[in-house]
Design a protein around this ligand. Sequence first.
Ligand SMILES: *Cc1c(COP(=O)(O)O)cnc(C)c1O
Length: 399
Amino acid sequence: MSPADLIELENRFGANNYQPLDVVLVRGEGIWVWDVAGQRYLDCLSAYSALNQGHCHPRILKALTEQARKLTLVSRAFRNDQLGLFYKEICELTRSHSVLPMNSGAEAVESAIKAVRKWGYEVKKVPDGQAEIIVCANNFHGRTLTIVGFSTEEQYRRGYAPFTPGFKIIPFGDASALAKAITPNTVAFLVEPIQGEGGIIIPPEGYLKKVRQICDENNVMLVLDEIQTGLGRTGKLFAEEHDGIESDLTIIGKALSGGFYPVSAVLSNQEVLGVFKPGDHGSTFGGNPLACAVARAALQVIVDENLVDNAAAMGSYFLDRLRQIKSPHIKEVRGRGLLIGIELLPEAGGARRFCESLKDKGLLCKETHTHILRIAPPLIIQKADIDWALERLEDVLKK
Ligand SMILES: *Cc1c(COP(=O)(O)O)cnc(C)c1O
């Protein structure tokens, strides 16, 4: 079938909730993907940071296929030989006390919301039904009803009311707004260390440190959504380390499986996840042996291949070189590690047309909002590949 025919099938039978670039991919290896016609592209999106380890990493592939031949799913009605090892390895690596395994990112966010509410009632003694959670404007935490209910993106909410109550929205990057918004019924503050979908928005220096202090003073749980920023993306294992703090709950997903399979988790100090008793929460696929085997390998690759340090080194090189590009369209280049945003001027005519031109030159990336190009290649990328990408970016952005 021709690419045009395959695209036509997608358009005819699929729900129309995406508008992808018209490139039909058939194969991936490392930082590269190939389309139906054999054309090669450098993947600078990494499935929104789910592919930190690169496409089809051989070690994760091996873990997946070996486990898939043995045992894939038992449900949590029974135990399996991968779950305990996954728990131990992820807790040791992230210095967490306990972990709740789920599947998608949004599901892990929902799970964290349930946990902090229950903690609020049982430990903090908030009156029943009164728990409040503070979140930030311009957030992205996923697409379930509860989550889009506290989004400030009009399109994410339109047509989906009524929403779950109990959320308060404050500006991102403003610690004093958090201090003001807290009441005796506040159980948690949920925030991304860097707003990824929001446009690679980096908060002011020391923001998380202040936030940590305010949460401590008020017995409020600090919940960091590191689904996109975590597992090496920003040049630290977790973005919280840039501020030298530790969250109470950290939500991860995406790269936890290196792109093979949906695996997410809530990492916690004992106190918060300790509120769950048998039957309080669950998931048929959460913690299944295939997911655990894949996640164990995906984490091991991050460690063994030094992906965190490589993200730091390659990220600062990429950022420096991007900042040297003289373009009439660029307003600002910003980023941390290999999470980089190129904000275009309003006159540039939107980021989409640049993504289209880059695609024609063999580089795949995706606009976020209308005017920001996100550059987030797999963390295995090397300097020569970045130079290759820079040539194309410079070409397109100078025009
Ligand atoms: C992608 C993402 C989510 C949602 O994850 P899904 O797996 O798509 O449900 C939540 N929070 C952040 C910060 C994300 O980047």
